[in-house]
Design a protein around this ligand. Structure first.
Ligand SMILES: Nc1ncnc2c1ncn2[C@@H]1O[C@H](COP(=O)(O)OP(=O)(O)OP(=O)(O)O)[C@@H](O)[C@H]1O
Length: 266
């Protein structure tokens, strides 16, 4: 890697994944830059969530390596997997809070399950994360009493509880209106700046998500077709990237001449 590029927190090398007869990932190569935000985009059903599941060690590939902090997750044993997962936080679209637990207990869960910290320290840490998420007076509420946006904020507080090195977001704003989505993005931005974690985001929220991305990766035809800055992505000549940009954002013209030609031919 060149001097200008940050080191990779995660590297997928030659990943092939099949479910039965369906080959979802053919040859996925992707390097996730440490401390940066990598957004994975692509049409529905291409396998973006399957990529995240490989990074989390939830599924194993037929072929290839998943390198995380120097370990190959694709071959890791349970103990090593658990050690690596301590460094991960996840916020998935359905959040998956425990309905029978209060907000406070949901957020405290990772610390209670995975550390030996005293209850006093746990309470202080949970308080700090809930404040960071602007969640005041919500401690004793149960998930059923929360709005969609609040649930996501509780989920984000829980995802950050173990001060993870990498946080995975799989369509984190699904089901939220524009202002609640913006709130989640604002909290993501704030916490990433404060805590410095590496972020991997799967999202259909194009072009908004480009504002948060350092790198955008397109998954199509079972491969990552390119990883680049959002600006380069929107102006790329790569046929599949260009098609994706046009389908999601409308045509983008790299030059005034190109745009003028469109009106002339109309
Ligand atoms: N455990 C599984 N067993 C069988 N097939 C699976 C499994 N997990 C995923 N798939 C299949 O893999 C393909 C990719 O799924 P995935 O959820 O990763 O797509 P995606 O790109 O995240 O889509 P979307 O944007 O709609 O969420 C789909 O055809 C899905 O049915």
């Amino acid at each position: 890697m060149s001097k200008e590029q940050p080191a990779a927190a995660i590297e997928l090398v030659g990943i092939e994944k099949r479910f039965g007869r369906q080959t979802v990932l053919r040859d996925v190569n992707l390097s996730v830059a440490s401390g940066k935000t990598t957004v994975i985009v692509g049409a529905s059903g291409e396998g973006k969530s399957v990529i995240i599941k490989h990074m989390l060690g939830l599924v194993r590939p037929e072929r290839g390596e998943v390198r995380v902090f120097g370990s190959n997750l694709a071959k890791a044993r349970k103990k090593e997997l658990n050690r690596i997962r301590m460094e991960f936080g996840v916020l998935f679209q359905n959040v998956a809070l425990f309905d029978s637990m209060s907000v406070f207990d949901n957020v405290a869960l990772p610390l209670r399950e995975r550390t030996k910290l005293s209850e006093t320290v746990i309470r202080a840490k949970v308080r700090e994360k809930l404040d960071l998420m602007d969640l005041v007076d919500a401690d004793d509420k149960f998930p059923a009493q929360l709005s969609g946006g609040m649930k996501k904020r509780v989920g984000l507080a829980r995802a950050l509880m173990l001060d993870p090195k990498v946080v995975f977001f799989d369509e984190p704003t699904t089901g939220l209106d524009v202002s609640r989505s913006n709130e989640i993005y604002r909290l993501f931005h704030k916490t990433q700046r404060q805590l410095g974690y590496t972020a991997v985001i799967v999202s259909h929220d194009v072009p908004k998500i480009f504002k948060l991305a350092d790198y955008v990766a397109l998954l199509a035809d079972g491969k990552i077709q390119g990883v680049m800055s959002p600006e380069s992505f929107q102006l790329s000549d790569h046929p599949l990237i260009r098609r994706y940009v046009e389908e999601t954002m409308g045509p983008i013209y790299s030059s005034a001449k190109e745009e003028a030609a469109l009106y002339e031919s109309a």
